[in-house]
Design a protein around this ligand. Structure first.
Ligand code: FE
Length: 345
């Protein structure tokens, strides 16, 4: 492929936007990882893997979208063997962009529940997070809550805080609703749900929980690990105090279960070290790895029987939606359009 100067310039700009040691080669006993997860959430495990296997692992961290762009631009010349990112919707995007390859591993098929991996082996869940409802303990009785769908009830007018519709977590939540409900019902729901917002969406998940704690709304929707981070924010007592005022409600327990998503991993199409890449992924689903990987970000392990952290245990068990997460990516465009039409900013 011949690149124009303009395109080459765009490539060099892209490489700059991702903090990257650039001199990695495709050495047979090395593995190159592009990770949208922060270094401290995975590096100690990679070090252990290297110690056990003598396979050196080079880690490039960056923002999910920038890393995906980089994989696309580098194409088959990419040194990356593995891509790590969060949300099945994003993993689907990478798959669609043609930068991933499918792998086959009995170890992975046995360890990871089928709904948390791509059916053809294009990507695998490594940790799980739920996206439940958070409520202000002093104002809301949990008996008044039930399902995501019920948040469209007019009794919640001016009560709900949730981030913008351009966020993949909300897109995946709506995509999951499209799997389980008729499209026109989800559309009706979205309009009424947006009508119940306390304020126009702004900020991240933690901001929604904080706003509810501060009385700007009564209910927030957020991923569980953000709540875990707030509970443990020892250097920021304000976050801890906000978390103290809030509690988790697990929606849809009488039906399909609470919406869950993953942080996941995939072998790149350009991988020069496919066998080692599979070895690393298999290492990451071992019991000890799973425990550490989940706990490092207040997440749930994907492998059944691996102990939960004390914090997660304190939130109680819940029924999780078991739909195959590859559906979230497939329905992403439809979800985004629907949220747009509903006026979800
Ligand atoms: Fe997040």
């Amino acid at each position: 492929m011949i690149f124009s100067t303009k395109k080459l310039f765009a490539i060099s700009l892209l490489s700059l936007s991702v903090a990257a040691p650039t001199a990695y080669s495709a050495d047979a006993n090395e593995l190159n990882l592009y990770s949208a997860r922060k270094e401290q959430l995975i590096k100690p495990l990679l070090d252990q893997f290297t110690e056990q296997t003598k396979i050196k692992v080079n880690l490039v961290t960056g923002k999910a979208d920038a890393l995906l762009k980089r994989l696309e631009v580098e194409g088959k010349n990419s040194v990356a063997d593995i891509f790590i990112t969060t949300d099945a919707g994003r993993l689907h995007r990478a798959q669609q962009a043609g930068v991933l390859q499918s792998i086959q591993s009995d170890v992975l098929d046995k360890a990871i529940p089928a709904n948390l991996r791509e059916p053809n082996g294009f990507w695998y869940g490594l940790s799980q997070r739920a996206r439940p409802i958070f409520y202000a303990k002093d104002r809301i009785k949990p008996e008044d809550l039930s399902t995501y769908e019920a948040l469209a009830d007019e009794k919640w007018k001016g009560s709900i805080c949730v981030r913008s519709s351009n966020n993949i977590y909300n897109q995946s939540l709506v995509a999951s609703m499209l799997v389980h409900n008729k499209k026109e019902d989800v559309e009706k729901w979205a309009k009424a749900f947006v009508g119940n917002f306390a304020k126009p969406p702004k900020g991240g998940d933690r901001d929604q929980i904080k706003a509810a704690a501060a009385g700007q709304c009564d209910i927030a929707i957020a991923n569980t690990y953000y709540f875990g981070k707030m509970v443990h924010a020892k250097k920021d007592p304000k976050q801890q105090q906000a978390a103290e005022k809030m509690a988790i409600f697990w929606p849809n327990q009488a039906g399909r279960g609470t919406h869950v998503n993953i942080s996941g991993i995939a072998v790149t199409k350009a991988a020069k070290n496919k066998e080692n890449a599979i070895k690393l992924i298999e290492f990451l689903v071992k019991e000890d790895s799973q425990k550490w990987y989940a706990e490092s970000n207040h997440e749930y392990p994907v492998v059944a029987g691996v102990a939960w952290s004390e914090t997660l245990t304190s939130w109680g068990k819940f029924k999780a939606d078991t739909l195959n997460l590859s559906n979230l990516g497939k329905l992403n465009t439809e979800a985004v359009k629907l949220m747009d039409r509903a006026g979800w900013k």
